[in-house]
Design a protein around this ligand. Structure first.
Ligand code: SF4
Length: 464
C-alpha cells in the first residue's frame, strides 16, 4: 500500500505511550525509508486532547486520515483501515455479541475504517463460524505437535524448518515422545481431552514411513478419545507422500491432510526453492484420495516471486479442478528470517498491488466454485498488509484453525518452537508457554520444557 510521499515524513511521538502500534499503522502507508519517528521536534503529532483521552483508536484514526491525505490515497485507502491486529473476525464477533450485528457492521466502517469488501468478508467468516461451530466443550483442548523438518528450505520460510540427518531426527522424536507421554499423563490427571489434533511443522511427512507410523500410533494411544473430532497432519510437500504414509495415516484415524504446493507453476516452484513439480501435487492428490483420506486442504500463496495474477489464477484453477476440500489463500509475508528478504528488503511493499489483485481473483473464483470463507487472520509484513483466508467446500472446514483464532480454548503445543496457550476462562485471557525453537536445544533441554509446562500450563485454574 505504501505510496512514496513527496518527502520523508516525520512523526513526533514525544510522550506517546506504546508508539509501536501507531508505527505499525504508519507502515501500512509508508516504507520504513519514507518516514522517521522522533521523540520531540516538529514532526506530525497526534493532538494532546486525543492522547490524553486514552482512546487509541481515535489516535489511529487521526494518523490514518493524515496519512491518506499526505499520500494522496483518498481513492485507495488501506482496506483494513486502522486495524493492525491479527484477528479481525474475533473483534467483529465480540462487537456483534455485545451490540448486535448492525451496530458491529457500522463500527467496522465508522470506527475502524474497513472497506466495504473487508467488512463483507469478515461478516461472512463470522457467520460461517456461528452456523457451523459450537463453543469448545468443557474440558477440551486443541493439541499441536510440531515436526520442524522439511526436505529443503523455501525462500520465504520463517518457520522452524531444518534439513537434518536421520540420526538427529531420531533424537528429536525421542525427546518429542517424552513430551507426548508427559502431556497425556497431565491431561488425564486434569480430566482434559483433545478436541482436535494438528501435526504441523515443518513438514511432518518428511519423517520416514516407520517413524511417522510410530508417532501416529503413540498419538493415538495417548490422545485418541471419544471427544476427538478432528485429526490433521500437514503433508505440505507433495513429494514426501507415499502410499505407505497415507495408509498409515488412514489406519491411525487422520481425517485431514494438507498438501501445500503454494503454486502450480513450475518456474515459481523452482524460484521458491521447492524440490517438487506441479505433477507431484496431482499425484499426491490421487494417492491421498485412493487411500481414503476424507479432507484435503491446499495452501496457495499470493505474491510469490516472479508470479503474476494470471499465473496465480492458473494455479487456483488447477487446485479447484483437483477438488481440494479446503483452500487456504495466504498473502506472502516476508519476515526477517526469510532468505527472500536478503534480496529485496521492501518485497512486501513492492508486491502489494499484485497481491491485492490475486486475493480478489481468489475470492471471486472460489465463490463461483462453491467454497465459503471460514477462517481468516492477518500477519505482520504481508504484501500490502493483506489477509490469509481459509475457504471450505460443503462444510468441510478445519475446526482447529477456527479455535486458534477464537482464543477461547487452551492449546497445548508440543515440540521445538511450539507455543502453548493456556486459557483462563474466568478472566477470558490467554497465557503463552513457549518451547525453545532450536530443535537441538529442545532435545538437550526437554526436561526443562516439561517442568515449565507443568508449572505454567497444568495449574488448577487452566481449563479446556
Ligand atoms: S514447507 Fe513450510 S516450513 Fe518447510 S521450508 Fe517451506 S515454508 Fe518452511
Amino acid at each position: 500500500m505504501a505510496q512514496a510521499a513527496e518527502q520523508m515524513l516525520e512523526f513526533n511521538f514525544e510522550g506517546v505511550k506504546n508508539p509501536n502500534e501507531y508505527i505499525e499503522l504508519i507502515k501500512m502507508f509508508l516504507r520504513p525509508s519514507e518516514f522517521r519517528v522522533s521523540d520531540g521536534g516538529t514532526g506530525v503529532s497526534p493532538p494532546e486532547a486525543l492522547l490524553s483521552g486514552g482512546d487509541k483508536n481515535a489516535v489511529k484514526r487521526f494518523l490514518f486520515d493524515y496519512l491518506v491525505s499526505a499520500c494522496g490515497l483518498a481513492e485507495r485507502k488501506p482496506e483494513w483501515g486502522i486495524l493492525t491486529g491479527v484477528r479481525p473476525v474475533k473483534l467483529f464477533g465480540e462487537l456483534a455479541a455485545a451490540k448486535g450485528r448492525d451496530a458491529a457492521l457500522a463500527l467496522m466502517k465508522d470506527a475502524y475504517y474497513l472497506s466495504d469488501k473487508k467488512i463483507e468478508l469478515v461478516s461472512r467468516v463470522c457467520g460461517f463460524q456461528r452456523e457451523h461451530t459450537a463453543p469448545p466443550p468443557q474440558g477440551s483442548v486443541g493439541l499441536y505437535i510440531g515436526i520442524p523438518f522439511c526436505p529443503t528450505r523455501c525462500e520465504y520460510c520463517s518457520f522452524p524448518s531444518n534439513q537434518s540427518p536421520y540420526s538427529e531426527i531420531e533424537a528429536y522424536l525421542e525427546a518429542l515422545n517424552k513430551e507426548i507421554l508427559f502431556v497425556s499423563t497431565e491431561m488425564e490427571k486434569k480430566g482434559l481431552f483433545a478436541e482436535t489434533i494438528y501435526i504441523g511443522g515443518g513438514t511432518p511427512t518428511t519423517l520416514c514411513e516407520q517413524d511417522l507410523d510410530a508417532l501416529l500410533e503413540l498419538v493415538n494411544t495417548c490422545f485418541k478419545t471419544e471427544g476427538l473430532s478432528e485429526f490433521t497432519v500437514e503433508a505440505g510437500r507433495p513429494d514426501t507422500l507415499t502410499d505407505g504414509k497415507l495408509d498409515s495415516m488412514k489406519r491411525r484415524g487422520v481425517k485431514r491432510i494438507s498438501i501445500n504446493p503454494q503454486s502450480m507453476n513450475e518456474e515459481t516452484l523452482a524460484a521458491i526453492g521447492r524440490d517438487h513439480s506441479a505433477g507431484d501435487v496431482v499425484q499426491a492428490f490421487r494417492i491421498a484420495r485412493q487411500a481414503g483420506i476424507p479432507v484435503i486442504n491446499t495452501d496457495l500463496i499470493a505474491g510469490l516471486p516472479g508470479e503474476d495474477a494470471t499465473g496465480f489464477e492458473r494455479s487456483l484453477g488447477e487446485i479447484i479442478e483437483l477438488g481440494a476440500d479446503n483452500i487456504t489463500i495466504h498473502t506472502l509475508a516476508v519476515k526477517r528470517a526469510a532468505r527472500l528478504k536478503e534480496n529485496d528488503a521492501e518485497y512486501n511493499y513492492n508486491r502489494a498491488g499484485d497481491a491485492a489483485l490475486m486475493l480478489e481473483t481468489a475470492g471471486r473464483e472460489l465463490d463461483k466454485a462453491g467454497y465459503e470463507p471460514y477462517y481468516l487472520y492477518r500477519q505482520k509484513q504481508t504484501a500490502g498488509n493483506l489477509e490469509n483466508t481459509g475457504y471450505a467446500k460443503d462444510g468441510r472446514f478445519c475446526l482447529y484453525n477456527i479455535r486458534i483464532m477464537e482464543e477461547n480454548q487452551t492449546i497445548i503445543a508440543l515440540g521445538a518452537g511450539a507455543s502453548s496457550k493456556a486459557y483462563f476462562p474466568e478472566e477470558n485471557r490467554l497465557e503463552r508457554v513457549f518451547n525453545v525453537s532450536n530443535y537441538e536445544i529442545y532435545i538437550q533441554r526437554i526436561q526443562d520444557m516439561l517442568e515449565r509446562k507443568k508449572r505454567l500450563l497444568f495449574t488448577p485454574s487452566v481449563q479446556g
